[in-house]
Design a protein around this ligand. Structure first.
Ligand code: SGN
Ligand code: CA
Length: 538
């Protein structure tokens, strides 16, 4: 592996000629980096993308003062693998973190380590979800595993394990701001990772937000009642339907004793526990405030439930889901606003690149679903916006197929450092500067975690602006083709339609070539199936 460190760049000019890609215009030297990522934040729930559901004025500011990427996507739509791709700049099959079960191999080089070795002060606050601690950080305070919404524990670099009373999103924001105020060394550039747990399941908003969001109703997506006709086996057998798979207690916040009284069966064997471990974690005062707002909803449900049709139940569950999910996002928006204000008020805005993204997208009732994993749009695409005054023109949009795979090389180029040659992404710096030629026109995707929660079958795919060709494998061998331009909601698998025969054969060849280019193979598919089966047996 070749890592070229800054001290090797003799003069400023020499540095730019050796460290910048040929497409890049001069950049300011070593800016600060604030990388903000939420967990499961759907682009449909950011008003800069879509004003139909909620308003996120602070997150939107990043797009208004910078660039919004309207076609950003992930390589493997699940939490820990996405984070491993981001840190290593390599696809899952090479970095080894193919699913949430396997540990991340910390012997690998990550971009924060390279920045740290090159004079950047580094810090991480919030959710990592690797099962081990990050390397290359001067400071970290991370949630163990998924973490908790109320009164969370943190694993810290210098104080061991701590418990903090309060609401997780506000705590992570406070930690981030405290670090900026008290620990930041002014003579060094910094790279700060500000990583929210919200809006991950089980979607518990802060008091100020559930009070507001419990009073709201939301527009239903067109495909809420999808019957998965004209799709393959994978969509039909997935377990992420709002009506039949979402937890009643854990997710919809119907307490276990009320479920019993109404004879409602658990939708999973952790349904009731999920409630006890989340809502049940609150202090007496937090719980009192919570019950004041949630009890009337529960009372009304008790009255109505016996007479509700499946359709009405689905609609009720969708509203409940959106109230808590979007309510959880409101605290992120507050936090992003506080961090942006701090940068603006302390003369840091000009020399800091701010990135906002999520570890993947999420279904907000589209296809009747919650969760992610599938390559279908709402989970495959992820929000991405960047602000860097002086480099990125305000209020600009980019529609190219950028991926989470690109962050490592992008942020290294931003810092004027050559990326290791085995990273597999592309720097987005030319795109930030408004150049659009010579960028990739297709991306590769591979999802592995099966059989597992939500039962989304293994699949790999090639996606172009026009088409999505997917191969589901392991316990099926099925291909799907979607015409992205003419079938926006991906309701029709046209793989067997003779009108697309030529497209299918061309894309299959391109997919084969792409798998070779990215060093994926049938042998690796088999290796990861075998390792996984071995692992879940234990
Ligand atoms: C938990 C959730 C799942 C979710 C995974 C992975 N169930 O298992 O719904 O898909 O995490 O999420 S829960 O009842 O425990 O909330 S990820 O973001 O970490 O990949
Ligand atoms: Ca996630």
């Amino acid at each position: 592996m070749r890592v070229q460190f800054i001290p090797l760049c003799i003069s400023f000019l020499a540095m730019w000629s050796s460290c910048q890609s040929p497409k890049t215009k001069d950049l300011p030297s070593k800016p600060n980096i604030v990388f903000i990522m939420s967990d499961d934040h759907a682009y449909q729930a950011i008003s800069a993308y879509d004003q139909g559901l909620t308003s996120t004025p602070n997150i939107d500011r990043i797009a208004q003062e910078g660039m919004l990427f309207s076609n950003a996507c992930v390589t493997n739509s699940i939490c820990a693998p996405s984070r491993a791709v981001i840190l290593t700049g390599k696809h899952s099959h090479l970095n080894g973190k193919i699913d949430n079960h396997f540990p991340f191999d910390t012997n690998q080089i990550t971009f924060p380590q390279i920045l740290n070795d090159n004079g950047y002060q580094t810090a991480m606050f919030g959710k990592l979800h690797f099962g081990n601690n990050p390397k290359g950080f001067d400071q970290f305070k991370i949630l163990p595993g998924q973490g908790h919404y109320y009164n969370p524990d943190f694993i810290t670099k210098h104080e061991g394990k701590i418990n903090v009373e309060g609401y997780v999103t506000d705590i992570i924001t406070d930690m981030t701001l405290d670090w900026l105020k008290e620990e930041r060394e002014e003579d060094k550039p910094f790279m700060l990772m500000y990583l929210h747990k919200a809006p991950h399941r089980e979607w518990l908003p802060a008091e100020r937000h559930y009070k507001e969001f419990m009073q709201k109703t939301f527009a239903e997506p067109e495909t809420l009642f999808d019957d998965y006709e004209n799709r393959g086996t994978a969509a039909k057998t997935a377990e992420m339907n709002l009506l039949t798979h979402m937890n009643w207690a854990g997710d919809s916040k119907i307490p276990p004793e009320v479920m019993d009284a109404l004879a409602i069966k658990e939708n999973s064997n952790w349904d009731k526990n999920a409630y006890t471990h989340t809502v049940g974690r609150q202090t007496d005062a937090q719980r009192e405030a919570w019950d004041k707002i949630y009890d009337p909803m529960i009372e009304e449900f008790k009255k109505n439930y016996p007479n509700m049709s499946d359709k009405e139940l689905m609609q009720w569950r969708y509203q409940r889901y959106m109230q808590d999910y979007l309510g959880s996002i409101a605290a992120i928006d507050d936090g992003v606003g506080r961090v942006m204000d701090y940068l603006d008020e302390n003369g840091l805005a000009e020399n800091t690149i701010v990135v906002y993204t999520s570890d993947q997208g999420f279904y907000l009732g589209e296809h009747g679903w919650f969760d992610k994993r599938f390559i279908y749009n709402e989970s495959f695409k992820t929000p991405l916006m960047m602000r860097w005054p002086g480099v990125i023109a305000a209020g600009t949009k980019n529609s190219q197929m950028v991926q989470n795979l690109d962050f490592a090389q992008t942020l290294l180029e931003v810092a004027g450092i050559d990326a290791p040659t085995d990273m597999q992404g592309e720097s987005l710096v030319p795109l930030m500067q408004g150049q659009t030629e010579d960028f990739r026109d297709a991306v590769y995707y591979h999802y592995y975690e099966y059989p597992s929660v939500h039962m989304v079958k293994r699949h790999y795919a090639i996606v172009t602006e026009e088409y999505k060709l997917v191969h589901f494998y392991y316990d099926v061998d099925e291909w799907e083709l979607y015409d992205r331009k003419n079938d926006k909601h991906e309701m029709n698998n046209v793989i067997a339609d003779p009108a697309y025969a030529e497209t299918v054969s061309r894309l299959k060849k391109e997919l084969d070539a792409m798998r070779i280019k990215y060093k994926d193979s049938p042998e690796l598919d088999k290796k990861y199936v075998d390792l996984y089966l071995e692992k879940i047996k234990r």
